[in-house]
Every structure is written in structure tokens, then in C-alpha cells.
Ligand binder design. Sequence first.
Ligand SMILES: NC(=O)C1=CN([C@@H]2O[C@H](COP(=O)(O)OP(=O)(O)OC[C@H]3O[C@@H](n4cnc5c(N)ncnc54)[C@H](OP(=O)(O)O)[C@@H]3O)[C@@H](O)[C@H]2O)C=CC1
Ligand SMILES: O=C(O)C1=N[C@H](C(=O)O)C[C@H](O)C1
Length: 268
Amino acid sequence: MPPERARRRDSIARTPDREELVIKVGVLGARGRMGAEVCRAVAGADGMELVAAVDEGDARDALTAADVVVDFTHPGVVMDNLRWCVEHGLHVVVGTSGFDPSRLDAVRGWQAESSGAGNVLIGPNFGIGAVLMMHFAQKAAPFFESVEVVELHHPKKVDAPSGTAYRTAELIAAARAEAGVPRSPDATTSELDGARGTDVEGVRVHAVRLSGLIAHQEVLLGGHGEVFTIRHDSMNRESFMPGVLLAVRKVAELPDRLTVGIDPLLGL
Ligand SMILES: NC(=O)C1=CN([C@@H]2O[C@H](COP(=O)(O)OP(=O)(O)OC[C@H]3O[C@@H](n4cnc5c(N)ncnc54)[C@H](OP(=O)(O)O)[C@@H]3O)[C@@H](O)[C@H]2O)C=CC1
Ligand SMILES: O=C(O)C1=N[C@H](C(=O)O)C[C@H](O)C1
């Protein structure tokens, strides 16, 4: 990384009077549903400048003008993009889904190998309500015998289950394991393929694809004679923008090279 760029990138993290520093932002997946919304949000945000809007088939070189790159592309291409950004010393905010523990390990490996690597913030969901839904689900999970996750999305979504549902199940599983709560009871011995959803770390996750929907999730927690339902609905893609802009503003200051979720930025 050229020394001048390294100095500027580090100053984003260190400058106490950050309000005066304009953060240069590049967007990957800029012509997509989310990427286009991010471009609009960045262009209209105080203290930010959109310096590169890159989509499939475009050269990534324009992104080197950025301090922070935002990726909303596709689970099949995000790792290649991320590796390129890490190797070019850029801070990255990733909204693209598809991150399992092995992918996170790969990112950590690239950061360890690359001197001057920037910070990476992977946000399974940038909706403030969705982050709270995951947080509350994690808190509630040890108190109920049964828990299942149902995610509901627009039919153009290419991956299932959603990154949000996957992350929610991981958090629930970790909370239950820590509290010593056994797996949810389930007497099923015969089923049509997929009828019981998929198993994410012992938590059943079900995916619905339906015209008219954007992004929705229910966490169902069942106990003795009671059911506690936590539901979140994203009514449009603009709803993700406050979280994305917060992540762009704060990614350089994060204490860890790799962070999953914007929870710490919300004080959770
Ligand atoms: N974290 C969050 O809060 C949210 C996350 N998401 C996630 O964001 C991702 C994108 O969703 P969405 O915007 O709906 O999807 P879209 O398909 O609308 O957008 C993806 C865009 O990325 C482009 N693209 C494909 N390959 C590359 C590449 N190598 N470099 C640059 N651009 C590329 C696509 O081009 P082409 O169409 O030509 O392939 C397309 O324009 C998904 O993983 C989704 O789950 C969505 C909403 C919120
Ligand atoms: O593809 C989408 O639309 C969304 N994807 C993310 C996910 O997979 O969790 C976030 C949100 O659910 C919208």
C-alpha cells in the first residue's frame, strides 16, 4: 500500500475531529438492489463522499481511492472481493450473506498475512430492529425448551437460509450451550426432505420465499404452556441504511480486525 494512502487510512481511525474528515467510500455491487441504495445513502450523507461505484464486469481499481469499501454483492463472489480489499489495505463493511466459521477464518488468515490490512466489519443484518431481534433471541434462548427460526424473504434472494437466520441460530445455540440447555425436543422420525427445515448448530431454521415480501424473521420460543415470538420486518431497503452508514463511520475505529455484527456500535 502506498505510504500516503496508509497515512490517510490511519488518520480516519485516529483523527479526533473526525467530523471534518470526509470518508471516501467505494461500493461493490453498486447496481444491485442494496448497492444502489447504499450509493444513494452515501452520496446524501454528511462527511462521506462516494468515490467508486463498482459492479460485475467493472475493474476494481477505482476502489483504491476509497477509505472504506462497502460490499453488497453475492455469496459466490464476496470472498474474492474481500481478499482483494484486504490485500489493498482498505477498511471493508460487508453486507453480503454467506459467512460461516470457515469463511471468517479465511478472512482472519488474509489479514494476518497482509501487512497494513484494514478492518473488516461483516454485518449479517444492518437493520437496527433486526440486530435487536438477534440480541433478544440470544437473551431469551436459554429460558425456553424449544426454539426455531423462520425467515421470510422476497423470491429474488439467491441464498437460503438468510445470513440473518444463520447468525441468529448461531447466537441462540451458543447461549443455550453456555447455559447447558439441551436441544429442542423433536420426535420426528419420518419426514419429507426439508419439512423440518435445516439444522444450524442444533437449531431448526425454515426459509420462506414469497412475492410481496422484503426481509422478515420470526424466532419462536416455546416453553410450558407459553410461546414467545420475536418478529422483525424490513419494509424497504432504505431501512438498512442507518446501520450501513454507522458501520462506514466506525469501521476504522473498531478494536478488532474482524468484527461480526454492528452490535458493539450500538452499545450492545
Ligand atoms: N446485511 C444486510 O443488512 C443485508 C444484506 N443483504 C445481502 O446483500 C447481498 C446483495 O443483495 P441484493 O442487493 O438484494 O442483490 P442483487 O443481486 O440485487 O445485487 C448484487 C449486485 O452485485 C453484482 N455483482 C455480482 N458479482 C459482482 C462482482 N464480482 N463484483 C461486483 N459486483 C458484483 C450483481 O451484478 P449481476 O446482477 O450482474 O450479477 C448485482 O448488481 C445478498 O447477499 C443479500 O443477502 C441484503 C439486504 C440487507
Ligand atoms: O437478501 C436479502 O434481501 C437480505 N439478506 C440478508 C440476509 O441474508 O440475512 C439480510 C436481510 O435479511 C435481507
